[in-house]
Design a protein. Structure first.
Length: 334
């Protein structure tokens, strides 16, 4: 099994504060993820000033800001902030990643040398955006929250028309947090079967169970929001992992990868070979047996250890003549 690409989604959980963003990088490094992902946008190019916040944003932020624009304006990272974060990531040995939410941001991410782009669920029906992404980047990860299979297929057709073959589709549900009953994890497998792309999962459930299950089902990419503290103000904190949870998720995924290796042939593993004799049983003397006695169900028993005659040979042993004296619990020999 290939190593799962784990993307720790910092997103806007820095709350517009660069010091928080740097702390998030430290958390991601400690957890051992492959990428830390932020969000690159200009609020005025992403959303109109009249757009209302989502229900989950209102719930998570109380009565703050009536519009998405007012909320997002406070969460922007400047170009200087990006440079600071990229340098810090380089020094810490973790890969910087970001999602662009507008055409200028796509161009910026290309200008800093990124070859891989993550397309958020909300842009899957944005034809100009999809075309620009396909022209700029050679590798694409596409989230599919709120999408139908036809919408996903249309986006993939755009990428393939530009000659892009390295496409990973992330099954996703865009509700924060996602109810377990709405996860529909098998849809990830349906995407792979129908479109023939690599698959992954972008998770917004509470906890870490579903990403682990996704890896067991074949996800090659896992994306998960994380935060410094779930109680911080902001739209995404409540549905994010805290640092210890992120560590636990990464550890569990790496363990699942190990558990999924092997040739698929059922046989004793090297680690359990030593336990065969201890856990299995042999045919033993149930009572004292004298040489020449007939071996029968009355004087034989089956007990541990398993380094004698296997009980599977019971019918063969019954009726044989004892070749020597046996004390109770002696392994039978014939």
């Amino acid at each position: 099994m290939k190593k799962t690409l784990i993307i720790a989604e910092a997103g806007v959980n820095h709350n517009g504060d660069i010091s928080n963003a740097l702390k998030l990088i430290d958390v991601a490094v400690e957890a051992g993820v492959d990428y830390i992902k932020f969000q690159t946008f200009k609020a005025e190019k992403l959303v109109s000033k009249k757009a209302k916040k989502a229900e989950y944003q209102i719930q998570n932020m109380g009565g703050e800001e009536d519009s998405q624009y007012a909320m997002l304006k406070k969460l922007e990272l400047s170009l200087q902030d990006h440079e600071t974060l990229i340098t810090y990531c380089t020094n810490k040995g973790i890969k910087f990643f970001s999602t662009a939410f507008d055409l200028d941001s796509l161009q910026y991410l290309k200008s800093i040398g990124l070859e891989l782009v993550k397309i958020p669920s909300g842009e899957i029906t944005n034809l100009p955006y999809l075309r620009n992404a396909a022209k700029l980047f050679s590798k694409i990860i596409l989230s599919t929250g709120m999408s139908t299979m036809d919408e996903i297929s249309s986006a993939v057709d755009i990428f393939r028309a530009e000659g892009i073959s390295d496409i990973t589709i992330l099954h996703c549900n865009t509700e924060y947090p996602t109810p377990m009953a709405d996860v529909n994890l098998r849809a990830m497998l349906a995407i792979k079967e129908e479109l023939g792309t690599k698959i992954g999962y972008s998770d917004h459930t509470l906890g870490i169970e579903v990403p682990i299950a996704a890896v067991a089902l074949g996800a090659s990419v896992i994306e998960k929001h994380f935060t410094l503290d779930k109680t911080m103000p902001g739209p995404d904190h409540a549905a994010s992992l805290e640092p210890f949870e992120l560590i636990n998720m990464v550890t569990a995924i790496r363990n699942i990868e190990k558990a999924m290796t092997g040739d698929g042939i059922k046989k004793p593993s090297p680690s359990e070979q030593k336990n065969i004799a201890i856990a299995r049983k042999s045919i033993v003397a149930a009572t004292s047996i004298s040489k020449g006695d007939v071996l029968s169900e009355k004087n034989l028993a089956v007990k541990r250890p398993g380094n004698g005659i296997s009980p599977m040979r019971w019918d063969e042993i019954i009726g044989k003549i004892a070749i020597r004296n046996f004390d109770e619990d002696d392994l039978i020999e014939v």
